[in-house]
Write a protein that binds this ligand. Structure first.
Ligand code: IMP
Length: 429
């Protein structure tokens, strides 16, 4: 396997966990580079389901070194819990995982501000995961963040006092919310000090050595291209860069170390949280079209992190072309094709119409994006099951035609096709 960045190219939840787990045996290292516990990467092996928030999806493999890079944000409570769950299932996490000492810590005041802001926005809320992601990345940019390396350093207490002064002023005076107690912050820091500090490493140095030794790296993204803070549906985005380029600064490697970019997309589209979604058919409560509910129910479209119902609609090639362009995607992994089995007809959005004009690319402005009406190509569906197929030649003719057309309008070759949740349900193309 070549050094590969694997990223989501829709609005997250594309099935990255499964694809990364599948590719991991071909890699020496799997490294996460952005996001934090807003992610929920699901691995299903036989009867066992594992949901990972921080830990790279290569963790189940004996010979794979897993790294959490400086570009990620870490919630000590959740990471310690995640490690304990894996360890109780017999996975020796501590032997396989190292964490950058430069990771920013998510602290109780970040979660409190995330919640207070969302509550204050009411209808206009972003629909965040509530995990404190935005405020933590803000602190990093504002240069008041607390990194893992800081937790046993002199001066920590003073920094926390300053941060609490600022946060509690905002929480109580601006948002009329409850202040955060210093003891809860110190408890989180103590947990990081006692459980995580010994697992920290110079991740950039490790990667440099691994690359020099000719080892193979798999870079694992979180969320999806449309949630990228620069290139997504701003302001309805997460607070990190989710594009392939983020792998470089989120781990400290150079562009020469990357050979391929694998873009992971569902055969339809989902989104959690607010913001424009032109091909939406079902918003989790109200039906715009029965096919949307069919896909949501059959695809079990509920957030793996928050349990929220996911908004569901047809495959949007405008979105995917945008993602292919901004990340230099070299191949597509299409997931959940089997969810479309049994539909009489299936649709692909090839372009948008707005104010009588045809658009081939997404607008930068959220209001204009919200006005985009999808232009669909409608194709015959298939009644046969594609569930668990491992040979693309065994696909029903209509499913093959759908996949061929999807590839053509996405400007990128399909190199993998996932036909079910299990590691074994895959066609390599
Ligand atoms: P945040 O990352 O919690 O700040 O949430 C910002 C937006 O990104 C919200 O619309 C979330 O629903 C969405 N989001 C964040 N992480 C994920 C993810 O892993 N999958 C899907 N959506 C996500």
């Amino acid at each position: 396997m070549a050094n590969t960045i694997a990223i989501g190219i829709q609005w997250g939840d594309e099935g990255k966990g499964k694809i990364v787990d599948l590719l991991a045996p071909g890699a020496d290292v799997v490294a996460r580079f952005q996001g934090g516990p807003n992610a929920g990467h699901t691995l299903i092996i036989g009867e066992t389901k594992t949901v990972l928030n921080h830990i790279p999806s290569g963790i189940l493999h004996e010979n794979t070194l897993c790294l959490i890079g400086n570009g990620t944000v870490v919630d000590a409570h959740r990471l310690v819990e995640e490690m304990a769950t894996l360890e109780s299932a017999g996975i020796p996490v501590k032997e396989r995982l190292q964490i950058s000492d430069r990771c920013q810590l998510i602290l109780p005041y970040h979660r409190a501000l995330d919640a207070a802001r969302e509550a204050a926005k009411g209808e206009a809320k972003i629909g965040t995961t509530g995990r404190g992601i935005g405020p933590t990345y803000e602190d990093k940019a504002a240069r008041r963040g607390i990194r893992l390396i800081d937790v046993d350093k002199a001066g920590l207490d003073k920094k926390i006092d300053e941060n609490l002064h600022y946060y509690n002023f905002l929480l109580t005076q601006y948002y009329h919310a409850a202040p955060v107690e210093k003891s809860t912050v110190m408890a989180a820091l103590e947990l990081a000090r006692t459980h995580l500090l010994s697992m920290t490493a110079d991740v950039t140095g490790i990667l440099s050595e691994q690359c020099q030794a000719g080892k193979t790296i798999l870079f694992e993204g979180a969320q999806g291209a449309m949630l990228d803070v620069d290139h997504g549906t701003y302001p309805y985005v997460t607070s990190s860069n989710t594009v392939a380029g983020a792998a470089l600064c989120g781990l400290g490697v150079g562009p020469g170390q990357v050979d391929e970019v694998l873009g992971i997309a569902k055969a339809y589209t989902t989104r959690v949280g607010s913001g424009p979604f032109p091909t939406e058919l079902y918003n989790g409560k109200e039906l715009m079209d029965a096919a949307g509910k069919y896909m949501a129910e059959k695809g079990h479209e509920f957030g793996s992190t928050t349990g929220r119902p996911r908004r569901t609609g047809w495959y949007d090639a405008v979105v995917v072309r945008h993602a292919v362009r901004i990340s230099g995607v070299t191949g597509l992994a299409i997931t959940k094709l089997d969810v479309l089995d049994g539909l009489k007809e299936v649709k692909l959005c090839v372009a948008y119409e707005r104010n009588g004009a045809r658009l081939e690319t997404i607008p930068s402005c959220e209001d204009e994006f919200a006005e985009c009406v999808p232009i669909y190509e409608t194709m015959a569906g298939w009644s046969e099951s594609t569930y668990g197929l491992t040979d693309v030649n065994a696909l029903p003719a209509a499913a093959k035609a759908f996949l061929d057309r999807l590839e053509a309008i996405s400007n990128c070759p399909v190199v993998m096709l996932s036909t079910g949740p299990d590691r074994a349900h895959i066609c390599h193309i």
